[in-house]
Design a protein around this ligand. Structure first.
Ligand SMILES: [Zn+2]
Ligand SMILES: [Zn+2]
Length: 253
């Protein structure tokens, strides 16, 4: 599978990157299947540099914070009003209530038809859904709103994505043995960090070490954070391959 980082800025769009959004592609039934994971503030514009919007097959939203889902509004507009015709409905897997939340976030009425464009399904804690070539396992993580981390596997490769989370034991099992662990590190060890919200680079590294992952990709770093400090936090607990991702980067698994 191929991972493209559309946006990786933590908590809000930054000068160098939109907020969270990742494109996963893999061969499926003689074509390329495209799964979008999160669609945060600013990401919809950048996404159009990497994919035709009509070619997106499914969307997986980790949680309903603005920096992970607000650009669903732009996707809705294109999918409903494109001059070449409305898109086919696509599956959107998200926390319970996502349909009501996104209709309201845009300021739409039900008659405006967001639900005709998006078929919303709620994640289950520990549940698995099949999206084209991707088997997606979702587990509830530790964040102020219902939030999920994912393990996304094809027949040959696997990737885990933390979403937004404070330290949570659920993550340890989820990431075990994955080829790539895409993990948030919003906080630094030197900060006075509120509990149950985000991880530091050291905590991300600890989960990577415990899970013996192939490679750690560190993401969701806010633009106000010193990236060198995040890097040194990661190195304090992880001695494998890692990098702090940047918008536009691609990885072949
Ligand atoms: Zn976030
Ligand atoms: Zn969040």
């Amino acid at each position: 599978m191929k991972l493209t980082v559309i946006g990786c800025a933590g908590s809000f769009a930054g000068p160098d990157s939109p907020a969270s959004c990742y494109l996963l592609e893999a061969p499926f039934e003689g074509r390329t299947y495209r799964l979008l994971v999160d669609l945060g503030s600013g990401a919809f514009g950048a996404l159009q540099r990497h994919s035709t919007i009509r070619d997106i097959d499914a969307i997986a939203l980790s949680h309903l914070h603005a920096d992970h889902c607000f650009d669903m509004s732009g996707f809705y507009v294109v999918s409903r009003y494109h001059p070449d015709g409305a898109f086919a409905q696509i599956p959107v897997h998200a926390p319970e209530g996502a349909g009501d939340f996104l209709v309201s976030a845009y300021g739409l009425e039900e008659r405006d038809g967001m639900r005709e464009q998006f078929a919303f399904s709620p994640w289950a804690d520990g549940g698995t859904v099949q999206l084209g070539p991707f088997t997606v396992t979702s587990v509830r993580v530790n964040h102020p709103v219902p939030a999920f981390a994912f393990r996304i596997a094809t027949d040959t490769h696997s990737l885990a994505y933390s979403g937004d989370t404070g330290p949570t034991e659920a993550l340890a099992a989820l990431v075990e043995g994955v080829d790539v662990f895409l993990c948030e590190a919003s906080f630094v060890e030197s900060g006075s960090n509120p509990p149950d919200l985000h991880l530091t680079g050291a905590e991300a590294g600890t989960y990577a070490t415990r899970g013996k992952v192939g490679r750690l990709l560190v993401t969701h770093i806010p633009s106000w954070t010193d990236r060198a400090e995040v890097e040194s936090d990661v190195k304090s607990t992880w001695d494998g391959a890692f990098e702090l991702v940047a918008a536009g980067s691609t990885y072949e698994l």
